[in-house]
Each structure stands twice: as C-alpha cells, then as structure tokens.
Design a protein around this ligand. Structure first.
Ligand code: IFG
Length: 521
C-alpha cells in the first residue's frame, strides 16, 4: 500500500515532533523526573508519562510579542548543554515548539503561569513576562540535570510530560547578600542572582554599608566608597561598586526578574561612614576604622544637621539608581542611639525616602516609629510576641519575615560547620523549612505577610563557594515557603524533591552542604 507523500511527511514530522527517531517508537521511560518534583512545589501539577516532549535539533521556541526576553533567556539556558539551535521564531510552522504565550488568565495573577508539556510540543502561558520567567524555572526542572551543564552533552533531552498551574502564595520571595562585611565582585553577585532565580526568588536585598565597609559610590560624598570601601572584616580586601557597576547589577537582576532592594543601614552600623567623614561625628572627630565583628557600638549624630544632609544626599543618589519601589534604611541594633533620638531620626529620615519617590523598608525595630502604612518592617526575631510588629501589622503594614532561627543563612548547620555563626541557634536544613510566615509572629496573619527573605550575613563568608555552601540546600526551601501553598508543606515529601535538585547543583558547580537529613542522589 502506497502512503501519500503528505501522510508520510505528517508521520515523520509527528514522530520527530515527539522527539522520537523516525525509525523506531520507544516506550516512555520510567519517569525519573516529574512535574510533581518541581521546587518550589506548584499549586497543581498533573504528570502525563505519555506526554514527554523530546528536544531535538528541529525544536524551535516561539514567543508572543512581549515574551522575547524570556524566550532569549530560555534559549540561553538550553543551548550550552544541548548544542541545538533552538531559534526564537514568531511561528512554529509545523516544527516542534516550545511556545511562550501572554494572555489574561485571572487564576494565575501577575507571577503565575500554566505549563503544558505534551509529545507534540510545550506551551507556557502567563499574564506577564515575570510569569513566563517563573514558568521557565519549572520547565527547566523537567529536563535532566545535565541541562545545567555548560558543556554539550550528547544525549536525549526529554521534558517530563504533564500540566502545571501555578502562582505564588506571597508576593515577595527574597534573598539578602551582605556585601559590607565582605565585598563581592559584580560577577559573584551575578552568579548568586542566577542561582536564586531558579527558585522563583524575586527580590535581592543588598546590604551595601555597615561598620566595616561602604560599598556604593555616592558622588556627593566620594570618600564613602574610595576610603570607606577599602576595609572589610578581618582586614580582608575591600572594594565598592561604582554607580555604573551598580546599575549593571540592577539591570542583570531585572533580566532575571529580580528587583534589587538596596540597604544603607542607619542610624547604627555606620562606622565606615563616620571613620571617613569627621563631620558625621558629634565631636567632629573621625572614629577609627573597624574591621572586627562587634555590633551596636556606632550611631550617626542625631542632633547634627549635617547628618540629615548626608542622609538626603545618599537617599537621593540611591533612589536614582533604584527602579524598585523600596529603599532599605536599616534601623537594627541602634544600641548607641538613645531611644528618643532613634525615633526622632526615623521620623526625619522616612519622609526623605518618600521625597525621592521610594517606600521604606527596614529591620523591624523601625516599627516603633509608626512608619507610613506603605513601609515594610523586616522581622528578624525568633517568632512569638513582638508588640511593635503586631501593632504595625494591625495598622496595615505588611511584614517581611526573616526569622534568624530559620532564615538566616549565616547560621551554622551543626557545631561542625566551618563557616557562619550560631547566636540564633543551629539551623539544619529541616529547621530552615519547618516554619510558617503566617503564624510566626502573634498578631501577624497571612494577609499581613509581605513574604519571606533569606539573609546571608558575611562576617565569616569570603568566597562564592562560601556563599553557596550556606545558601544550598537551605535557600530553595525558604523560597518554597514563600511561593507554595501551605497545603503542600511537608518535610518528608519536600526532602525527596530536594534530593533530586542536587545533581542540578553539581552541574552548576554549586558546592552545597550535604546534610545528613536529606537522602542525596
Ligand atoms: N545581626 C545584625 C547583622 C549581622 C547578623 C549576623 C541583623 C538585622 C547579626 N543585624 O541581623 O548585622 O551581624 O548573624
């Protein structure tokens, strides 16, 4: 029986589309990867073992108008390990495609997505490019871990079949990097941005100034960076970002759909500034530079008018470098600022942030000053009662949750952890996973939680390896707490999904802590 050319072509295309070699039809392999393995856990995921999609040299990526940046990013993720062309084209024209579409689906909000993987193609739909980017992070996990390798791997590339409908529980899922105690070069920050982006983290808080170093160029106070940037904890090398370098970091973060939140900590944690400019000290004498790790000994001069000129100049220049809504003004551990002075300082400084078009966020001590309702206090206590924070929440402020005994990535895992501190206790992987932002602080419920953030303070952290050892495997779990429905929260199930992430970290060169609590593959 002669089959018409059209039928034969269709057959070849459909087999090729399925990624199957035209000569043989293989039974679907036992799923080593499934849509139900994704971290953070999706709202809903339905596996379809017969729906695996095979990437081939013929696969194309199609992108609606407005989806081009994410399509190019996806191509950049897939090309190094596959070596396939994966061109981004307006239409599939019969070729097997990964299609990125923008629409209006009320179920998924501004960061959600719907991902369908079938033999004949992959379709990713979202309402915004942020949603598409989040969907790409899930799609990435449906491919073998080897997709994360920077070198071409000659193998089959199967995307696990199924459907995911997903959107975040909380609006903010953040990471913080303290670049003041130790300075990290722009490429090191970009590496961390790429690592946290894969878990749908959408803010990066940069702790840009502290007692031991000032890390951002301020043109109106040039010595802050050129002199205040020279020091670091333990006498280690300092450094700082020029405004051009900082803008580039902000743009890089934005290309990973991450908003940078810059922090200038005040009125405490200000020794680098006060050792650089004598006029910032009440007695007009510059304090000596400090490279030890004490906290709470410094304070701006609350009574001096030049202090507020300094703050205004810094806020003005930082606001101009910040596309995001928020500036972080610190406010923690102001043990050398009398309480009345602290309140006076906060009441003068917060309006300055608003004057330059930004909203205030700060460590939760700022709640005492009864900030504007748009301000976001960042909670770093251990949970339980905090009347000031509960009052702020009752007044309409949203609270960002960073409990030190669960989310501080500089806490040791065990007494034997070579890096980190233990003042908030030991934080093994399970400790970083077993908490709920909506019940952590009495009087702060689900609707009053802005989200979560995992701070990494760097008194003892010097290299990218150090960052990765402390952030992995804990950061993905904190990202899951911020993203996934509470109903999916279950340590015994999570630890199995977490174990499957490890080969991806190995492929990415991430030197993670192999916690005995997880059955690593
Ligand atoms: N507390 C200090 C940080 C840092 C940290 C180290 C906050 C808000 C201890 N303040 O955490 O500067 O030193 O774990």
């Amino acid at each position: 029986m002669r089959l018409s050319r059209a039928v034969l072509t269709a057959a070849v295309v459909s087999l090729t589309a399925a990624g199957l070699p035209a000569s043989a039809a293989a039974a679907p392999a036992a799923p080593e990867r499934s849509v139900t393995d994704v971290v953070p856990a999706p709202v809903s995921a339905q596996a379809d073992p017969r729906g695996d999609f095979r990437l081939t040299p013929f696969t194309v990526i199609t992108a609606d108008r407005g989806a081009g940046q994410v399509a190019d990013y996806l191509r950049g993720l897939l090309r190094p390990a596959t070596g396939y062309p994966l061109p981004v084209v307006p239409r599939a024209a019969g070729l097997p495609a990964i299609s990125l579409k923008l629409g209006h689906d009320a179920r998924i909000g501004t960061e959600g997505y719907e991902l369908k993987v079938a033999r004949d193609g992959v379709t990713l739909k979202a309402n915004t490019s942020d949603g598409l980017f989040d969907g790409v992070q899930s799609l990435r996990q449906l491919l073998p871990a080897a997709i994360e390798s920077p070198r071409v791997q000659h193998r089959t590339w199967t995307v696990a079949g199924g459907t995911i409908l997903d959107y975040p529980r909380f609006a903010q899922r953040g990471a913080m990097l303290d670049v003041a105690r130790h300075f990290f070069k722009p490429d090191q920050v970009k590496r961390y941005i790429d690592q946290i982006a894969q878990y749908k983290v959408n803010t990066l808080h940069l702790h840009l100034a502290d007692d031991q170093g000032w890390r951002i160029e301020i043109k109106s106070w040039p010595k802050l960076a050129t002199v205040g940037g020279q020091t670091a904890v333990g006498g280690d090398p300092g450094g700082y970002y020029t405004q051009a370098q900082y803008k580039d970091l902000v743009a890089y973060a934005a290309s990973r759909h991450i908003t940078v939140i810059p922090e200038i900590d005040m009125p405490g944690h200000t020794n680098a500034a006060q050792s650089t400019y004598a006029e910032l000290n009440c007695d007009g004498v510059a304090v000596p530079p400090r490279t030890d790790t004490e906290v709470g000994y410094s304070s701006l001069c609350i009574s001096s008018p030049i202090t507020y000129q300094f703050v205004e100049d810094v806020v003005r220049e930082l606001a101009a470098l910040t596309p995001g809504e928020y500036l972080h003004i610190g406010g923690d551990e102001a043990h050398s600022t009398p309480p009345a002075d602290y309140l006076a300082f906060e009441r003068k400084v917060q309006p300055i942030v608003a004057k330059y078009g930004k909203k205030v966020t700060g460590w939760h001590e700022i709640a005492k000053s009864v900030p504007p309702v748009s301000a976001v206090p960042q909670y770093w206590g251990f949970g339980g009662d905090d009347p000031d924070v509960a009052a702020a929440a009752a007044g309409g402020n949203k609270i960002l949750m960073s409990p030190a005994n669960h989310a501080y990535l500089d806490m040791k895992y065990t007494p034997r952890t070579p890096l980190g501190q233990d003042w908030a206790g030991l934080v093994e992987v399970r400790d970083s996973y077993d908490w709920d932002p909506a019940t952590l602080v009495n009087g702060v419920g689900e609707s009053q939680v802005a989200g979560v953030e995992a701070p990494l303070w760097t008194e003892t952290i010097r290299t990218s390896d150090d960052i990765e050892y402390m952030a992995f495997p804990r950061l993905p779990g904190i990202a899951e707490i911020g993203w996934s429905p509470r109903s999916t929260h279950d340590w015994d199930a999570y630890r199995l999904r977490l174990a499957k992430q490890a080969p991806r970290w190995v492929a990415q060169g991430i030197d993670f802590y192999r916690s005995p609590q997880v059955g690593w593959q």
